[in-house]
Structures are given as C-alpha cells and as structure tokens.
Design a protein around this ligand. Structure first.
Ligand code: GLU
Length: 593
C-alpha cells in the first residue's frame, strides 16, 4: 500500500518527485527512494521517513528531468535499505517502483535466478525489473508487456530505462494509478492529490491498462492487446492548500476542526446522486453496505437509520467477510463505503458482488479512484483531502450522506421526516459548539486517559459510536480499547473492570437508551470502575466526569458525539507524544488484502 510517483518534463525531476511523494506518505512510510535518468540511472533510497532520508542523503539532488519515486509499506521483505524501492535489473539499466503484491513472485524469482539473474532485495517487486530486462529486445514498451504477461497479482508500476530516456512507462492492475497532464510535462501518482500542486487535469488508469508517457503526451493502451485507448480527462476541484496544516499542530486536529464545514458540504452535495442511491435501495430485495474500519462504523449507524426511518432491512458487513457470508444475486445491492476508493477489501467485495450479478454503488471521497470506476452508481462525499491516517471529517461526512439517503428513502415511502430533517441541518452548528469544548476535552484526556485499557460503551445507534471511539483511541495512542453495547458488558467483559480500566459511556439526551446506559454506568461504578461520560443536553451524575454536547435528537447524536471521542483520542495521543498523523504500522488506504 505504498505510494508511487513519476515525472517527465523540463524541470529537474527529483525535487518534483520528492514534493509529490510527501503527499503520499500517508500510504506508507517505512522507506523511500527516487530514481532519475541523466546520463545513466541515479538512485537514492533508504529505510526511514521521507524527511529523515532527505536530511541524510538529499534525495532532491539527483540530476535529470525524468524520474520515479516510492514511499513503502513493506509486504515482502523487511524494512531495510536494500528492500526500499526503486529496484533495478542486473545491468542497472531499468528501474522500477511498485505498489501491490506479485503473487507468483517466488516461482518467477526462482526461474530468473536459474537463468543467471542476481537479486539484491527480498521483495516481490524486484522480479519485475529482471523480467523486463529479460524480455528487452530493443523496445521498453514491448518488454513491459511481455513481462506483465508472466506476472500475477496486483500492481501499480512505474518503469524507467536508460535505453529510452525520453519515456516513462506505467501499468496498473488493482492498485491505483493516475496520470497528471501538464503542459510540456507529465506526472504520475497513486492519487490525484500527489500532483495537484502542478496540475488539476487527471486521467485515472483502469485495471489492465498501461501508459507510455513522454513530456508531451500520454498514450494509454490495453496490456493484453496493445490497443490504444481513448481516455477522458477529469478536472479535479480540490485545492492544494487543503494539504497544509495552517497552524494546527497535526492534520488530525485541523481535520477535526474542519467538520462543521465538511458536514455542510455533505449536506448539500449531489442531491440527484443521493436520490438515485435511495431509489436503488428501495428497489433492491437485499442491501449490503460493505466497508472497513471507520467506514464500517458509519455503515453500522446507517443500519439504524434505515430501520427506524424507513423500515428497510439493510446490513453493514465487514467487506472482507462479504464473500463468505453474503447472499448475493441479481436482486441484491452492494454499497461499498470507502473514503479513498481504494480499500482492497471493499473493492474485492464490490467485484465479487458484480460477478454475482448484483448492482453495486459506492460512497467515496476520492474522485477518480477505483471504487468510482467500478460502481454502477457513485455518491461523492465532497470532504476534500484528508491527510491524517486517522479518519475524522470523512467519517462524519459519510454519516451525513448516509442519513440524507435514509431521509430521501423515507420521503419516497411517504413518511414524515420533517423533524429529523431539520435536526440534521442543525448538525454543523452543534458540531461547532462541541468543538468549543476542545480545552475541556483536553483536560479530561490529560487527567483520565493515563491507563492502558479502555472500554467504550454505547446503546442503540450509539453502539457504533462506541466502536468508532475505541478505534480512534487505539489506532493513534496504541492503548487497548474496545467498544461494545452496554448490554454486552455483563456477558464477560465486566470482569475486567478495575482502577486500571477506564470506561467511556456514550449517553443520549433522553429516552430508554439513556436510562439503560446509565444502569450500565452504575454496574461499572459498583465494581470500582471510573467512567467518563460523553453525553448530550445534561451530565450523567453517576459518571466521574462528563463532556456534555448540546442536546440533540438521538438519531443524529452519532454525528454530534464524533468530535468528542476524536478529540479525546487526539489529545491522549498528543500527550503521549505519538506520531498522530502517521501511527505506526498503519496506512491510510489499505490497498492490500
Ligand atoms: N510488495 C512490495 C514491497 O513489499 C510493495 C509494497 C506496497 O505496495 O506497499 O516492497
């Protein structure tokens, strides 16, 4: 799930590549490297973060105006200099960077070694350089196609060759790759944000395609046939400034504070697309939401909206499990929810559903991403770039889009949803109020979040809030947290309650779920536990401390509560001096299985 970039033009390539690579660091950050062509191949690479390596070896010093770069998230071979990309062939005439997994690399490698090739790394990727070398008979394009014929697995691949220094080649199968079209210069990246500073014109490649790129043109062709393809150029509306911290200490904090605006965006974007999604749900016998991580939690909230507002049976499924448990046929609708549009498991679930004859839709943030190209119908979130690995604003946007869809369907079914509709329109203002509690939330984090173990409990529509709150905390603080329903607590987990275990209770403003979760709080207190209340309207006196959001309807409370547990996780992580925006072992879009 690394990031790859390429440049060909008149500028010095290395500084452009370095800049664009930094935009992709969210995808992987254990090693990085750049290769450029001048009189021969020039390569610098090492294990470590881009900034560290740049400081140590001045990556941007490499000469030449064509080059490729890689930021790695290791899958095959440990994190080391020799496993860092780019990789080269035996003669050091061909350099490649690769994102994905070559699944038949072991056989390929063995055969190549038998034929005399010498490998320098343990990666699956290196065999690509040797395969191209072996198939080189005077033309790099032909050699690339011949090599790809032998390769199984997933790849986004960039290739440079000293034989044809005026060209950059790339190919894709199930790993993202987008071309950036400039004037007299061309860019390649794993996503559009990587080259946004230089151009807003993008051509996403589809699976089974490759491109031959010169400074003046990009020829996109089919790998199997070599046939030339007509590709549409997308105009990207995101702006680059969004990728700056603007005075915030971390992107995560900036993105948390952007939520009143991103929710407003999600409240207004693409009404027709939402209407069509609601129609598709209405007309389908079975509806699955397939998602992973925070997107799955958004889908779990949506289950409550569709059942309570529309009496519609929809199921949220961990995308990696859909193949095993989904009952999918032509009367089924599978809706993939993926911020990046590149989440491997979600795409696999969507492809599986498509093969079974189901209709597929997607809720996606990144324009031109794979999910947008795979689905029959797409709703874009309009959240702008999210840099921090930990999802915040894109989660509340997904919630907003999902709730609008449920309201739309309820209206189609003739239900009166006026009250909840106007409550939803109030959420940006409510979230704004919650963000004013930032200093208070920080104090609670510093005082109460000092242990290693946490339980988040919620009930009804806030059960997914408990899951998401626990996920935020564990992913960026490395403390253990689990989320569950208040009811589930006594079926095992309550035996863990002691002074070393803190409980976070998510409590709505009123109703049965408030009463029930307060009983759960009492059960925890009776066993000597400490409880932090996240509540709405008024405090829960049984809790040791409360963070009180403005009063709101329980149905919209998952949107209003989100910034509170996001900020609790943020301040705990910042206090522990964790690398908030790039937590260890995680990458933003999980593009491997
Ligand atoms: N499989 C390659 C490696 O381990 C690329 C990994 C990736 O796509 O992140 O180096």
């Amino acid at each position: 799930m690394c990031g790859i970039v390429g440049y060909i033009g008149r500028k010095k390539a290395a500084p452009v590549i370095l800049r664009n690579l930094k935009r992709l660091e969210y995808r992987g950050y254990d090693s990085c490297g750049i290769a450029t062509l001048s009189s021969g191949l020039n390569i610098k690479k090492d294990a470590g973060r881009i900034d560290e390596i740049q400081k140590k070896m001045k990556l941007d010093n490499l000469p030449g105006s064509v080059g490729i770069g890689h930021t790695r998230w290791a899958t095959h071979g440990n994190v080391s200099r020799r496993n860092a990309h780019p990789h080269v062939d035996c003669k050091k005439e061909i350099a490649i960077v690769h994102n994905g997994i070559i699944s038949n690399y072991a056989e390929l490698r063995e055969e190549l070694i038998k034929r005399g090739h010498v490998f320098e790394s343990e990666t699956d990727s290196e065999c690509m350089a040797h395969l191209i070398e072996e198939n080189y008979e005077g033309g790099i394009e032909k050699a690339l196609r011949a090599a790809l014929e032998k390769v199984k697995g997933t790849y986004a691949l960039l290739v440079l060759s000293t034989h044809e220094p005026d060209k950059l080649l790339c190919a894709r199968n199930e790993s993202p790759l987008v071309l950036g079209i400039g004037i007299g210069e061309m860019f390649v990246g794993s996503d559009v944000a990587s080259f946004l500073h230089f151009t807003k014109k993008a051509v996403p490649l589809d699976d089974g395609e490759y491109a031959v790129i010169t400074e003046k043109e990009c020829a996109v062709k089919e790998i199997n046939s070599g046939r030339m393809l007509e590709k549409e150029i997308l105009e990207i509306t995101w702006n680059e400034e969004a990728a700056e911290k603007e005075g915030y200490e971390h992107f995560m904090l900036k993105e948390i504070f952007e939520q009143p605006q991103t929710i407003i965006n999600a409240l207004h974007v693409y009404p027709q697309d939402i209407r069509k999604l609601a129609e598709m749900i209405r007309n389908s016998e079975k509806v699955y939401f397939a998602a992973a991580g925070s997107s799955l939690h958004a889908a779990l909230v949506a289950e409550y909206w569709f059942s309570q507002l529309c009496d519609k049976f929809v199921v949220a499924v961990d995308a990696s499990e859909l193949m095993s448990k989904g009952v999918i046929d032509k009367n089924t609708l599978v809706i993939g929810i993926t911020q990046s549009g590149e989440t491997y498991d979600t795409l696999a679930a969507m492809r599986h559903a498509k093969n079974k004859g189901a209709r597929i839709a997607a809720i996606v943030n990144v324009i031109g991403s794979t999910a947008t190209r795979l689905a029959d119908h797409v709703v874009l979130q309009g959240s702008g770039i999210e840099i921090s690995v930990c999802a915040t604003k894109t989660f509340t946007s997904q919630l907003t889009i999902l709730m609008r869809t449920a309201i739309e369907l309820a209206e189609m079914l003739g239900r009166d949803v006026e009250k909840i509709k106007s409550e939803l329109l109030e959420t940006p203002a409510r979230v704004e109020e919650v963000l004013r509690l930032n200093e208070e939330i920080k104090k609670v984090a510093v005082k109460y979040f000092r242990v290693k173990n946490y339980i988040y409990i919620g009930k009804g529509i806030n059960l997914p809030s408990a899951l998401e709150g626990a996920l935020k905390l564990k992913e960026i603080t490395y403390n253990h947290a689990e989320g569950m329903s208040g009811g589930m607590l006594k079926h095992g987990t309550i035996s863990l309650i002691d002074r070393g275990m803190k409980t976070v209770a998510i409590v709505p403003a009123k109703g049965e779920n408030r009463t029930k979760i307060i009983s759960n709080v009492q059960e925890v207190k009776a066993r000597g536990g400490v409880v932090i209340g996240i509540t709405s309207g008024k405090p829960v006196e049984q809790c040791d401390v409360n963070i009180v959001a403005p009063e709101c309807d329980e149905l919209i409370s998952p949107i209003v509560f989100a910034p509170i547990y996001q900020l609790l996780a943020y301040h705990t992580a910042a206090n522990l001096k964790r690398d908030v925006d790039k937590p260890r072992a995680l990458a933003k879009s999980v593009t491997v299985e």
